[in-house]
Design a protein around this ligand. Structure first.
Ligand code: ZN
Length: 389
C-alpha cells in the first residue's frame, strides 16, 4: 500500500492505493482518521481522512487540521517545505530544496484498522522528486533515527539551534496533527545553520536539507573540497563561477583554521574595508561589519596566510566574490577595477554600478596592512583574475 501524489489539472492531490499486507484495502480505510506511524516510537495523528472521489481514494484534511499529511510528514522528518504542483518543482541537484520538491510516494509497510474509526499506517520508505530527478529514496526509520540523534545532542550546537531543535522535538512528540509552526521552526533552523555554517565548519546552502550539516557537525566531518577550477572547460563560465563560489564557501568553513584566518586578516587591516575605507570593528553593541575574504580559496594555496586575503565590508566582500570588482597590483601599487565584461554586462540593467565605480582607482596605502608581507600577494591576485575570466 502506498500514498502517492497525483497531478490532476495542475494541482497535486494525494491518493492511497493497493492492498496492504494485512489485507486492508483503500476502500476499507474510507472515512477513517489516519495515524501515520514513523516507527521508533513516533506516530502522528495526521487529522487526515480518506474520501472517495471519482473512483480514487483521496486524502483530505479533517476540520481543524492546519496542514496536509505530506507536509506534516516532511516537517516531522526535518525536511524543508515540499510542494504539490508540478509547476513549482525545481530542477537540478539537490532535489530537496524548500518549495522546490515533492513528496512523490510514501510506501507503507502495513495498514491496520484501529478503534475509534482510526487506521494506523506504517510509513516505510519516502520517495522525493523534482523536475530533473525522478526519485530520491530514503528509509523513514533511518531518517528518523538521525533526527532523534540530533534532538538528543541539541545542546551541542551553537545558539539558537538548541532552542529550535527542542521546539521541533516537542511538536513532533505531541503526536500531531502538526501545526504550521513546525514548518516555521524548520525554516528558522535552516537560517540559523546557514548563518552559523562557517563557525560550525560545515557547508550549507540555506533552504536545502538541514539534516546533513547537523550530522556533519556532530561527527566532525570535514566537508569535501569542490572540483578543481582548472578542470572545468574554459568556456563553461557559469560553472566556473559557481565552482569558485563553492570554493569560497569551502575555504571559509574549516573550523578553527578559518576562524583564525578571519581574525588575523581583520587585525592586519584594522577592520577597514580595503575597497571603501570604512571601518566597522566589533563593539559591545555589534559584531564586526567587515569580512575576511580569500583571494584564492583553492586548497592548493596557503589558505590561512593573511596575504591570501583581503578585508572588506559586506557590500564589497560580495562584489569581490561575485567578480564585480577586482583588485590588481601594478608598479608596486594596488588598484580597484571593474572588469570590462561587468561594465558591458550590467549596462542598462538598472544595477547600482555607480556605487561600485566610486571606489575605482588606486587603493591608499593606509587601507592596506602596514606589514608588506601581509598585503595581498600579487601572484594570488593575478591567478584569481585569470580564473574569473
Ligand atoms: Zn567597503
Amino acid at each position: 500500500m502506498r500514498i502517492s501524489r497525483r497531478t490532476s489539472g495542475g494541482r497535486g492531490e494525494y491518493e492511497i492505493s493497493e492492498v496492504a499486507k494485512s489485507g486492508v484495502t483503500p476502500t476499507a480505510l474510507t472515512g477513517r482518521r489516519l495515524i501515520l506511524n514513523l516507527g521508533r516510537g513516533v506516530a502522528l495523528d495526521t487529522g487526515t481522512s480518506i474520501q472517495p472521489q471519482g473512483g480514487k481514494r483521496r486524502l483530505r484534511r479533517m476540520p481543524g487540521t492546519p496542514i496536509h499529511l505530506h507536509r506534516q510528514f516532511a516537517a516531522a522528518l526535518l525536511l524543508p517545505h515540499p510542494v504539490r504542483q508540478d509547476v513549482a518543482l525545481g530542477s537540478g541537484a539537490p532535489v530537496v530544496q524548500r518549495n522546490r520538491y515533492a513528496v512523490e510516494h510514501i510506501e507503507l509497510g502495513d495498514a491496520v484498522l484501529a478503534g475509534g474509526d482510526r487506521a494506523r499506517l506504517d510509513a516505510r520508505t519516502a520517495i522525493l522528486k523534482n523536475k530533473t530527478y525522478a526519485a530520491e529514496e530514503f528509509s523513514v526509520s533511518d531518517r528518523l533515527a538521525q533526527v532523534q540523534r540530533i534532538w538528543k545532542r541539541a545542546s551541542d550546537f551553537p545558539d539558537p539551534i538548541p532552542t529550535l531543535l527542542t521546539e521541533h522535538h516537542d511538536l513532533v512528540k505531541a503526536g500531531g496533527p502538526l501545526p504550521l509552526g513546525a514548518e516555521e521552526v524548520i525554516y528558522e533552523l535552516q537560517a540559523a545553520v546557514a548563518e552559523a555554517s562557517a563557525d560550525m565548519g560545515v557547508l550549507y546552502t540555506q533552504n536545502t536539507d538541514v539534516l546533513p550539516p547537523l550530522l556533519q557537525f556532530l561527527d566532525g566531518i570535514e566537508p569535501e573540497p569542490p572540483v578543481k577550477v582548472e578542470e572545468i572547460e574554459p568556456e563553461e563560465v557559469e560553472i566556473k563561477r559557481r565552482t569558485i563560489r563553492q570554493w569560497r564557501q569551502w575555504a571559509g568553513c574549516r573550523g578553527a583554521a578559518s576562524a583564525k584566518f578571519r581574525r588575523e586578516v581583520r587585525e592586519a587591516y584594522n577592520s577597514i574595508c580595503v575597497v571603501c575605507g570604512l571601518r566597522f570593528p566589533k563593539t559591545p553593541l555589534n559584531n564586526t561589519g567587515v569580512d575576511s575574504a580569500h583571494i584564492l580559496p583553492w586548497s592548493d594555496y596557503d589558505l590561512d596566510k593573511v596575504s591570501n586575503g583581503i578585508c572588506a565590508c559586506k557590500l564589497h566582500h560580495w562584489a569581490f566574490d561575485e567578480g564585480l570588482i577586482r583588485i590588481i597590483h601594478k608598479g608596486g601599487k594596488y588598484f580597484v577595477e571593474i572588469p570590462e565584461e561587468v561594465e558591458a554586462g550590467l549596462a542598462g540593467a538598472g544595477f547600482a554600478l555607480d556605487a561600485l565605480r566610486q571606489h575605482v582607482g588606486e587603493i591608499p596605502a593606509q587601507r592596506l596592512p602596514g606589514d608588506p608581507s601581509k598585503r595581498p600577494h600579487p601572484k594570488f591576485l593575478k591567478l584569481l583574475a585569470e580564473a574569473m575570466d
